[in-house]
Design a protein around this ligand. Structure first.
Ligand code: ZN
Length: 112
């Protein structure tokens, strides 16, 4: 089953392309209170995350990540807080059906 980012207007998918771009995907916390906080942060109406819902790394601040291990993890207790895609994370613009991420090398994720 493909993983899509649950953030409004994002819909990045976990695939080889996003992996290459360094986008990581993070499951909603199992803890009810934390999960509620994430859901509230997404501000999506009628959205109810399940155990497989994920949010991509674009919605977290760089200091929210623990990169000391083999896999990029989120630090304890962080909630997604970045929904305007500032330049230092990744700038996303929508051209037609295409989300373009501007980082060091311009890449295009075809969302069709
Ligand atoms: Zn996302």
């Amino acid at each position: 089953m493909p993983d899509f980012c649950a953030a409004f207007g994002c819909s990045k998918e976990r695939n080889a392309r996003t992996k290459q771009l360094g986008v990581t995907f993070h499951r909603f916390p199992k803890d009810k209170v934390k999960r509620k906080a994430w859901t509230a942060a997404l501000k999506r109406r009628d959205f109810e995350p399940n155990d497989y819902s994920v949010v991509c790394s674009c919605h977290f601040k760089s200091e929210d990540f623990d990169r000391t291990g083999q896999t990029t993890r989120l630090k304890e207790g962080v909630i997604p807080s970045v929904f305007t895609f500032p330049d230092h994370l990744c700038k996303v613009s929508v051209v037609g059906n295409c989300f373009c991420i501007n980082n060091d090398n311009l890449s295009c994720l075809n969302q069709s």
